[in-house]
Design a protein around this ligand. Structure first.
Ligand SMILES: [Zn+2]
Length: 325
């Protein structure tokens, strides 16, 4: 595909024609087929590998209508326990994720893992407090989230509206990952690895060793424009390392349920590299930040959803970083 517009995954009740079309599109893209599962209330999850379930969020900004359901979330079922990876952007949708888990298994939810501090991935944490899980995050996540909490809460209260904001609270990790950590779900080991500063300074990746499924959080964006809140140089360097991983599939923080390496990273790398190249050139030409935000990276405009909402912020962050090279 010329653009990285991923097709929606097949849902129940698809026509033969759309199924065949879907098969063709899937065959030609770094997407992996997966089985759709429809949980109570129409909250969709897909089983991308045995015992690995992924919910795909919408490519939108938070709103009363989507109630903060704009990122991917996942859960993994071991022989003894369940781990949740990210909890979506409100307690309301976090509860729907919890119901989806309960529709699949009644095993205890022992771990809630956050891939980074952003509200669209952590504001559903409160929905799992009744399970008394261990909340797990990168060792820098608590500091990052605590320092931005007031701003995150105010922004989301305004954008979600009262109803969808109800029940949101800041739930910090109770177990911090300094480097590498294994969690046992019963004959099923998850390996958690803290990453250097890239998309944020607290990105954590998770590998389900039983199925070779790598959860990249927002280190991988597909369709949804990447959002830069860490280091553009660090992120590009990290992509070089992560895309060499030998795994069966990766799950992006925003994008389809499952994708394949190394192709999955290609659009994101191109986007970030284009910004870095344009910004470096403009700095060398003595241009200002304001001028950069009007031109840098705009060749990518049609390749991404939510470009208008995030791109200028990304250029601003890249400029601040690269002007000190
Ligand atoms: Zn996100």
């Amino acid at each position: 595909m010329a653009r990285n517009e991923a097709p929606a995954s097949p849902s129940l009740g698809i026509t033969r024609q759309s199924f065949l079309l879907g098969t063709l599109v899937f065959a030609a893209s770094p997407l992996l087929r997966c089985l759709p599962v429809k949980a109570a209330g129409g909250f969709d999850v897909a089983e991308v590998a045995p015992g690995v379930y992924v919910h795909q969020g919408r490519y939108e900004m938070q709103s009363p209508e989507n109630r903060g359901d704009m990122a991917n979330a996942a859960f993994i079922v071991g022989d003894e326990a369940v781990a949740v990876i990210d909890t979506l952007g409100s307690a309301v949708v976090g509860r729907e994720l919890r119901q989806a888990i309960r529709a699949v298994t009644d095993k205890p939810i022992r771990y809630v893992i956050n891939t980074h501090m952003h509200p669209d991935h952590v504001f559903g944490n409160a929905a799992f407090k009744e399970d008394n899980p261990t909340f797990v995050g990168h060792y820098k996540m608590a500091r990052g989230l605590a320092s931005r909490a007031d701003q995150y809460l105010a922004t989301n209260k305004r954008m979600l509206g009262e109803e969808a904001f109800e029940g949101i609270e800041i739930v910090l990790p109770t177990l911090a990952v300094e480097d590498k950590l294994s969690l046992d779900l019963g004959n099923r080991t998850l390996v958690l690895e803290a990453q250097p500063t890239a998309h944020t300074d607290n990105d954590l990746i998770v590998t389900d060793t039983r199925t070779g499924t790598l959860f990249l959080g927002d280190l991988l964006f597909s369709v949804h424009v990447p959002t830069l809140d860490g280091s553009i140089k660090g992120w590009l360097t990290l992509i070089d390392a992560l895309e060499k991983r030998q795994v069966a599939r990766v799950v992006p923080g925003h994008g389809p349920h499952a994708m394949e390496l190394p192709e999955a990273f290609a659009p994101e790398r191109r986007y970030l590299a284009t910004i870095a190249e344009d910004v470096r050139r403009l700095i060398a030409e003595g241009k200002t930040l304001e001028e950069a935000t009007k031109t840098a990276g705009f060749s990518e405009q049609d390749a991404w959803k939510l470009f208008d909402q995030y791109h200028v912020r990304n250029v601003t962050a890249a400029f601040a970083e690269l002007e000190w090279e």
